[in-house]
Design a protein around this ligand. Sequence first.
Ligand SMILES: C/C(=C\CNc1ncnc2c1ncn2[C@@H]1O[C@H](COP(=O)(O)O)[C@@H](O)[C@H]1O)CO
Length: 261
Amino acid sequence: MSDQVTHSVQDDAEHPPERHRGPVVLRRSRQAEDSTTDQRLLDSRGPSDWVHTDPWRVLRIQAEFVEGFGALAEVPRAVTVFGSARTPRDHPEYQLGRDIGTALANAGFAAITGGGPGSMEAVNRGASEAGGLSIGLGIELPFEQGLNPWVDLGVNFRYFFTRKTMFIKYAQAFICLPGGFGTLDELFEALTLVQTKKVTKFPVVLFGRDYWGGLYEWVRNTVLAEGKIGERDAALLHVTDDIDDAVGVVLEAYKAWEDTH
Ligand SMILES: C/C(=C\CNc1ncnc2c1ncn2[C@@H]1O[C@H](COP(=O)(O)O)[C@@H](O)[C@H]1O)CO
């Protein structure tokens, strides 16, 4: 933006010329600067610490939402699958992840994962190899490995909360494979959003009775029994070992969602 200088009919002490820079008015010695905004932008190389300030971060966060919404706007029906980043390729849970990715693709669902290694890679691989839409929402981490090779549509995020919005906004169900803190965080975030009716649509499937059974029993026998959640909250969890059952739960929820949208 270049400055505009205006003069009144008589230029005197009471009516000095004014320089307008957007909403800012500069008079007398305040308008001594004889350069345009473009010149000041292109000529200056000041300190760079402002890049790390919170107001600037807000703009980056906004940009991340805009990029994410833009990249994912056309995603058809989809399921977000969480699971361990540490599952080795020769582990049975890796094959399970591939089979779930394939089953979702065959049922017409895009598979959304965290885009990382382990179970995330397995699900993306199964979905991609079956000709489905394989989506990875990566996260910048100190020990980052980049998106796994079977992500066909990928978005990399700086902030966990932006990424979590995308996991939820673009899916109609969650499936959790065995996992650690990351998976547990994502599971409980999803449950809280459904419990508080921030999202109204989706079921949460815990895949693997041996792995999740203890948690499920604790939720029922302690958390529910002690009145910390209600029966309807506990019923949000569906534990299974059967891929057809998991996909059936997803399909049923999707039909219910479609009826209301
Ligand atoms: C730890 C290792 C790689 C980390 N890379 C990740 N990339 C993408 N997403 C990740 C990563 N680590 C965790 N996540 C998210 O949390 C869930 C898995 O966490 P868990 O603690 O392993 O269960 C997963 O759903 C991602 O969204 C390589 O060793």
